[in-house]
Ligand binder design. Structure first.
Ligand code: ATP
Ligand code: MG
Length: 417
């Protein structure tokens, strides 16, 4: 089986999907904008061939180049697990009349307004929302929807430019802050807890399902620097409070015409117990959630995904053994990481339940927490009992501290005395 896999080395976890494809017998043709020599050696060994394109986001250009490159070869699949490339993969499939989701179907997973319209048309609960382009439209929509509301870009990611608005003054401020955004969604604010619903589906039916809890909700993770974001996969998927969200998720897959592959949905659980749709992508979640799901059941979903998209089969036995918490840390200060406090005590306290410790080491430049949820590294801890997994995750959130400092200036400057 010949598979074209877009961007096989970026983001870094794409290397694991490439590995999965090879393990189920695929010959993988990679396409990306990383120069061949700069590909990680591991992925270079896995790829049957690789085409470097100048701009991977330039869909028309990539389609032309890939078509020329592969002329005369039979290709069986075109795949992407990275959100910005899912439409490009669908366009290539349509051009080559190949199995897989169409451009129109994939748009339902990509355009946030269209996805809500389609989900709502299936009779499912979505936040009331309006597509707005001008200040006038925004004010009219706010009037109609009422406070509190959410203003966010239609093509958003990483909660960038997302504002919770609770008053007229906050609306004025949000409108000002969003001047550069061409098109926004003005939405009813949904109070409550926030969860994921992840699947690997075959013909839109989940062969694998997962729920994870966001602690706190992503908007707060992304706007409050002092927070150490925690995400915990839920071992017990049969507990009553999650049933509404799981049922919602299954119906959303049907409403949007999901085919084969990963999905990552976000949903809200209101204080009254109602499950409300947030958003969905037809690709895996980022920020190591696939690793968390693997640790939850001691399985390899990178390979199982590949088996599903190549052969239509999910063969892993996936008992839910653990609640798996990931905790992202953010250093205090700017510049390079200088020290980590509390790590030794936490490792000792949690012992064998710790499965990963990948905090950036002293000397490494700290990352911009606004740009990546990955922040300055993470720890992963798991336990069969929810309360224990929760306790150990929050112990890491509060007791591990990282510090950064700007490099000391050199070059002979003397301090003023
Ligand atoms: N209608 C809403 N009610 C309550 N909270 C909301 C609403 N819309 C967005 N949020 C908050 O803002 C966050 C970001 O919104 P959304 O997921 O739609 O955008 P995003 O930028 O694609 O997110 P990401 O890429 O981080 O998943 C949500 O996870 C949620 O915490
Ligand atoms: Mg989101």
């Amino acid at each position: 089986m010949r598979v074209v896999f877009l961007s096989p080395a970026y983001p870094p976890e794409m290397v694991d999907y490439t590995r999965g494809l090879v393990e189920v017998g695929a010959e993988v043709y990679g396409v990306g904008d990383t120069p061949r020599q700069a590909l990680p050696p591991k992925v270079r060994e896995l790829l049957h061939d690789y085409l470097q394109v100048p701009r991977i986001m330039d869909e028309d250009d990539v389609i032309e180049r890939v078509s020329t490159w592969l002329r005369g070869k039979t290709i069986d699949r075109v795949l992407s697990n990275w959100e910005p490339l899912v439409i490009l993969a669908a366009r290539l499939r349509e051009r080559w009349r190949m199995p897989g989701m169409s451009v129109d179907t994939v748009r339902g997973f990509r355009d946030k307004q269209l996805m809500k319209e389609r989900v709502k048309a299936a009779g499912l609960r979505v936040p009331r929302s309006r597509r707005v382009k001008t200040e006038h439209e925004t004010r009219a929509a706010a009037e109609e929807i009422g406070f509190p509301l959410i203003l966010k870009p239609i093509a958003g990611a990483g909660s960038a430019d997302t504002h919770k608005v609770t008053s007229k003054a906050e609306l004025d401020a949000a409108i000002k802050a969003m001047r550069g955004v061409p098109e926004a969604s003005c939405e009813e604010y949904i109070e409550g807890e926030e969860f994921t619903y992840d699947t690997i589906s075959i013909g839109g039916k989940p062969a694998y399902e997962n729920v994870a809890a966001y602690l706190p909700k992503p908007l707060e993770m992304r706007t409050l620097q002092w927070v150490s974001p925690v995400i915990i996969t839920v071992r017990d998927m049969f507990q009553p409070k999650l049933q509404g969200g799981i049922a919602l998720g299954r119906k959303v897959l049907e409403a949007l015409g999901m085919g084969d592959g990963f999905t990552h949905m976000e949903w809200y659980l209101t204080p009254k117990g109602e499950a409300v749709f947030g958003e969905i992508g037809c690709r895996p979640g980022g920020a190591h959630i696939v690793d968390q799901m693997n640790y939850t059941s001691d399985i390899d979903l990178f390979r199982e995904w590949a088996r599903v998209v190549c052969h239509g089969k999910f063969l892993a036995h996936a008992p839910r053994k653990y609640n798996v918490g990931i905790v992202f840390k953010r250093a205090l200060g700017e510049g390079r990481i200088t020290r980590i406090e509390g790590l030794g005590a936490w490792l000792k306290e949690c012992g064998p339940w710790v499965v990963e410790e990948k905090l950036l080491r002293p000397g490494t430049p700290r990352r911009n927490w606004k740009h990546t949820l990955l922040s300055d590294g993470h720890v992963v801890v798991r336990h069969p009992d929810w309360d224990e997994a929760y306790r150990m995750s929050f112990l890491a959130a509060t007791n591990i501290r990282m510090y950064a400092e700007p490099p000391k200036s050199s070059g002979g400057a003397t301090e003023a005395s």
